[in-house]
Structures are given as structure tokens and as C-alpha cells.
Design a protein around this ligand. Sequence first.
Ligand SMILES: Nc1ncnc2[nH]cnc12
Ligand SMILES: [Zn+2]
Length: 358
Amino acid sequence: MCKTLLHPFLESLPKCEHHLHIEGSLEPSLLFELAAKNNIVLPQDDEAFESQDALQARYKRFTSLDDFLHYYYIGMSVLITPEDFAQLAMEYFQKAAKTGVYHAEIFFDPQAHLERGVSYSTLMEGFTTARYRAQHELGMTTLLVSCFLRHLPPTNSISVFNQPDVLKSYRAGQVVGIGLDSSEKDFPPHLFKDLYAMATTLKLRRTAHAGEEGPVEYIRDALESLGIDRIDHGLHLADDEELMALVAKRGTLLTLCPLSNVVLKCVETLSDVPIRKFLDAGVKFSINSDDPAYFGGNYILDNYCAVQETFDLSIDEWKTICRSGIEGSWCTTSRKAEMIGVLDDLVYNWRRKLRVSA
Ligand SMILES: Nc1ncnc2[nH]cnc12
Ligand SMILES: [Zn+2]
């Protein structure tokens, strides 16, 4: 089958995005615009910040997760007011809606903002405005997931988790769950066991980055120590057949980010992402964009298309992927049913179309 033939189908699929760091959707144009507006001086000893083109060129040469994170944390320093956070999130929601995202669960990094003096209420105010607009202007449902930074001491994550305004955002349902991100190597999941135990007590959803740059043992550790409902990346799960079978049996969703893995040199080429292995083993996964503004402006549909070009999947395999994403989402049952209805109709029509043209 012609690989590009399915691109309009991929575009129409009712997609759920589960792995998108909202700070990673800060395009260089907005970064420079907000730096000027907020009088933020970008590093003068790094020529990457001399122009948008220079910055974009630097983004093409990431050598590792940590090399990328260096730019990611500098980039977010331009976000100061609630309006900045609202603009950032709204620009992402608009791009996502255009490429068929029906539902987005977005990560944000509260510690990275609190550390530089931006209050939690500033973030919440901005995100709430954008989420309201996404629902009313784009018909898109959205949820917030608060990620904790594993390169900071676990005690810091616990004190932020317990701040009264943070607890209030959980109780009010503004934030539905927690995640764990940033540098992975040397920061095994069990260091955050106490944080996740508190999240469990509050009945929050739990996910964690594991097996992106770190070994498959970190995936086992995250499952055993943190009681996670989802695994972010989970690229290295394919290194352990037994654990892979267990994850498939449990139905735990991996949130894969194929183009991110290539850009951050976690794999050499897209064909090294174990998409085929996961499908054959019955491991559920969704496909996501991670930090699209840092990865060549490749958003979710670009990831779907790149996967199709590399793996030549069938309509039924895409149905499986899309359905796993819908079922693994943290939205309401009725929203899931709506998306499954759209998916079933789309697949029915495309099967007929391909049969007629065969
Ligand atoms: N890909 C990634 N891995 C870990 N932490 C991150 N923070 C933003 N993007 C990330
Ligand atoms: Zn990520």
C-alpha cells in the first residue's frame, strides 16, 4: 500500500495527546517576543540566542536529553504573566486542534517556574483561560498534569506538592495527575516513592517518564515503586521481553514520542523505535510530540506521518493505536465514547474507500 495514501486518514483520526510539555511548545518566535516584552535578557555568551535562525539551528544539534533540557529551561524563563501562559497554551491548542487532536493532557513543570519567582496562581490563571477557550472555541477537551523534576531533591517535590494553592488545584480538579520528568540517568523512580504515595492518597492519576534515556530497570522501578497508571516514553521496555509481556497484560499505556527519541539521540533512526515489537506484543501505546517547538516544529500529526512512512501500518493497526489512546485517557467516559464513535465511523469509511479503489 502506498504509504502517503493514509495521510488524510491520519489527519482525521480523533487523536488524544498524552505527552506534551507545554513549555516545550514555546516556539522560538514566541520566545523572542516574550523576552522583549518582559525585558528578559537571554544568555549573551551563547550565540544560539543571537537570532531565531541561530536558535533553530542549535535545536537541530541536540546531543542528548540534558543538552536539550539546558535550552528548555532557558526558554521558559521568558514566561512571566498569566497572559504569557495563556498565549503559550492557546497557541498549542490551536495547532493541535487543526491536526485532529480531540483531547489533550498537557504536562507543566511547576518547580521550574516557582524557582524563578513565578507563582503557582500565575500558571493556573493562564492555563485556565486557555483551557476554557480550547473547550469553547475549538471543542477540545484538555487536562493538566503536574510534572516534578527528578534532578531536584525529592524533598523539594514534596514541599511543592503540599503547598496550599497546589493542593487546592488537585482538589478542585484543575490538575488531574502528576508526572516525573527532566534528566533521567542517575535519578531512579524510587527516589520519588513518597511523593507518589501522597498522590495516591489524593486519588490523583500517576505517570512518570521512564526508559527514555534510562534503562528498562527504571520502567520496572516506576511500576513497582510509584504505582503508575501510565509510562511516558517506555522506549527501553522492548529490552525485557518478560516485563513487556507484563505491561501488555496489565494494559498500561506507553506514551511514545518517536521524533523526540530521534532528535535527542535516544535512537539512531525512527525504525529503531520498537513500534512493531509493541504492536506484536499487544503493548498499548499512544503517539505524541513531547516538545514540538524544540524538535523542528513537529507536532502530533508529524509524528503519526513519520511512523506511517517508517512502519507502513494498516488501517486496523492505526485503529488499535488510536483506540488505545482514547481508552488510556483520563477524560470522562462520555468523552471517550464520543471519540470512539468518530473513530469507528472513520475506519468504516476508509475501509470501504480502500476496497473500492483496490
Ligand atoms: N523529553 C523529556 N524528557 C524528560 N523531561 C522532559 N522535560 C521536557 N521534555 C522532556
Ligand atoms: Zn517528555
